[in-house]
Design a protein around this ligand. Sequence first.
Ligand code: ADP
Ligand code: MG
Length: 451
Amino acid sequence: AYESFLSELKKRVKPSLFKSAFKDMKLAERSDERILLQVKDSVLKEVIEKNLRPVVEEAAKKVFGPVKVEFTVPSEPVKTPQPQQLELGLFKKSQKKEEELQSNLNPKYTFENFIVGTSNQFAHAAALAVAENPGKAYNPLFIYGGVGLGKTHLMQAIGNYIKKKSPWKKVIYVTTETFMNQLIEALKSDNISSFREKYRNIDVLLIDDIQFIGGKERTQIEFFHTFNALYDAGKQVVLTSDRPPKDIPTLTERLRSRFEWGLIADIQPPDFETRVAILKRKAELEGIEVSDKVIKLIATIIKSNIRQLEGALIKLKAKATLEGKPITERLVRELFSQESPEERAEKRRREISLKLIKTTVSSEFGVDEELLLSSSRKKQVALARQVAMYLAKRIGNYPYTQIAAAFNRDDHTTVLHAVRKVEELRKRDEKINQLLEKLELKVREEVERSS
Ligand code: ADP
Ligand code: MG
């Protein structure tokens, strides 16, 4: 039964997540009322309990029936903590050097400023666990994901968190490229021993974009030794990459396997809700005034890259300031209408949206779709029709004539009239307003899903 429980779990999570969270899980106890699952350590237990409990319960229910699910960890002797004095002693001796050590951390990249959604919650929980327990939670932590999805932000949040809690700790953030250049420089100037001293006597090494180490033989050898020195001393190593270790070309086997020793966590592109939340936070941070509608529109146009999402807000603000106008949906369209792949996708979405608006409105009002196109003057039908026209204008931004044609009218002023009428209703009638907000969101999400 445990095997089929595992395969139920496998169906419900991505393979990478399954591997990092459930691979070593064991069934410790089982009764009619509950199952007790044993996971590797208390940190993983916490991560699973916080983020993955519903999936586990679902899978358990399927196989074991309605049982209670509990987690435990192996009872092993607690590692003796480092004697306090030793740490204090080191602190004093190295204080002077510490002042010279550059952490290279950007103070903006904190956990507080990081919005958590389903696409990044596992990586976020893992990063937080590492920040709270450096060297002891997961070592190394390997975060991977596409461009502009928050890898550098999360990694530096770990560094900032540790520095804030334990200012004496030596944290270095470095890109793989800088690490490489410093190494080359050190080799050239016969200074390799100070390079080694620098990187082997720190508490936390954050090394960004490790995929660039592929093919760089000398750097791989040096980094291998750096890694071992830190790892053996119980120091934390965090790595990011645009792909998992197994996909980094010409990476020596021994490095690859080390990258896989700890925890591998991926970040996926953000979903609609998360994009909206990020835009709101960013607007707040930058003091940019922008309505929810505009934010939702931006989140609909720009989908896969958080850096572009932020860039869009900045661009909008600059343009609006220049022209002394507020940021409107029109401005958003104006500014991003030239933008190629996304704009093309948006066009496609618009095409889909007319059809979707008709079905959504018809089911919401309980009015047959055919009636929307008919000439029926019944109150409920007329209202539904007007709402559909209004949404077509609002969401699809079609020309009036085209909307008229889509609803079997020859006269485009009918549409104009409908849009105005609904606009007015929205102002007067809070119920209608809420209904429209709900419909808009529903259609936008539907369009998203199907494009
Ligand atoms: P990557 O290193 O994956 O290419 P970055 O960490 O540089 O991406 O993120 C790009 C930008 O997006 C940064 O300004 C970062 O602060 C922001 N960002 C990414 N993810 C989030 C998030 N979840 N919440 C808030 N801001 C985010
Ligand atoms: Mg980065």
